[in-house]
Design a protein around this ligand. Structure first.
Ligand SMILES: NC(=O)c1ccc[n+]([C@@H]2O[C@H](COP(=O)([O-])OP(=O)(O)OC[C@H]3O[C@@H](n4cnc5c(N)ncnc54)[C@H](OP(=O)(O)O)[C@@H]3O)[C@@H](O)[C@H]2O)c1
Length: 248
């Protein structure tokens, strides 16, 4: 996949060239991992079409999505998204796992799930995969049913917060970089708590006309808004790929 970079300069770049600048992990703050979020949105502001984000993607979007996964220690994903998108093992391509190992990362990134209720969709392929480690943070004291994936269940009680989960990921699992793949309610909570460092946002050239679908940020709201700084703009197949840093 080739992308046209429109900002900060005009160039034609590969996915690796678009993403290979200072590693996320090297920019982690002291108490938690670096957190990048990756979302796709339609031109009319919707994050899904009939409950799935797939129709908003393109070949270049998928290449960047996998390119981001290839560069992080862990992927944080909401239970609504796990369920809707029926997640499986994160990096299925053996060559991609070998490339991660060569770059000094674990061959398989961790999956991180935060669920106050522990309403986790253990029937999806992700939990049937022995090679996949899933770290679950919950306020519940209940167990999860046994499943082939390697589960680390952390019962944090009513004090469970995204910040506490991220701090534990860093402390206990050595995670320095996290990719949040949504969904909108989880992203809203992370933004509200000041826990996102960068946002990769694909604008898909599609008007969905589906006002019941979520926006990319949902939840209790962001009282003061969150200001972003535009870092780069890429284009391929009519999709725009916007990379933002969260202004502090
Ligand atoms: N366009 C995109 O890039 C994109 C990306 C991902 C998903 N999606 C779409 O978004 C939809 C799913 O998103 P969603 O917003 O319904 O679900 P979600 O954000 O994936 O997951 C929401 C769940 O996260 C848990 N959670 C844990 N801590 C939370 C907190 N502090 N605040 C809020 N929730 C917290 C909640 O479960 P507990 O109540 O158990 O805590 C909640 O039910 C699907 O249609 C999917 O296709 C689109």
């Amino acid at each position: 996949v080739r992308l046209r970079r429109l900002h900060p300069d005009v160039a034609e770049v590969s996915v690796a060239e678009a993403l290979d600048r200072p590693g996320f992990g090297s920019r982690a703050p002291a108490q938690r991992p670096f957190v990048a979020a990756n979302m796709v949105v339609s031109v009319d502001g919707r994050a899904a079409v009939h409950g799935r984000s797939g129709p908003l993607g393109s070949e270049a979007d998928r290449a960047l999505f996998h390119g981001l996964r290839a560069r992080v220690d862990a992927v944080l994903v909401g239970t609504g998204t796990l369920r809707a998108e029926r997640y499986g093992r994160l990096v299925r391509d053996p060559e991609a796992r070998a490339a991660r190992a060569a770059a000094g990362l674990a061959a398989d990134p961790l999956v991180c799930v935060i669920s106050r209720s522990l309403d986790v969709p253990v029937d999806i392929p992700l939990f049937q995969e022995p090679a996949q480690t899933v770290v679950v943070y919950t306020a519940s004291g209940a167990p999860l049913p046994p499943c082939p994936a390697a589960i680390h269940l952390n019962a944090m009680g009513p004090g469970l917060t995204p910040a506490g989960a991220l701090a534990d990921l860093r402390r206990t699992h050595g995670v320095r970089s996290v990719l949040c793949e949504g969904g909108p309610r989880l992203l809203g909570a992370l933004l509200a708590d000041g826990l996102v460092d960068e946002l990769f946002l694909t604008v898909s050239p599609l008007a969905t006309g589906q006002p019941a679908e979520p926006r990319i940020v949902e939840g209790a709201g962001l009282p003061a808004g969150v200001a972003l700084e535009l870092c780069s703009v890429l284009e391929a197949e009519g999709s725009l790929f916007l990379r933002y840093a969260i202004a502090r």
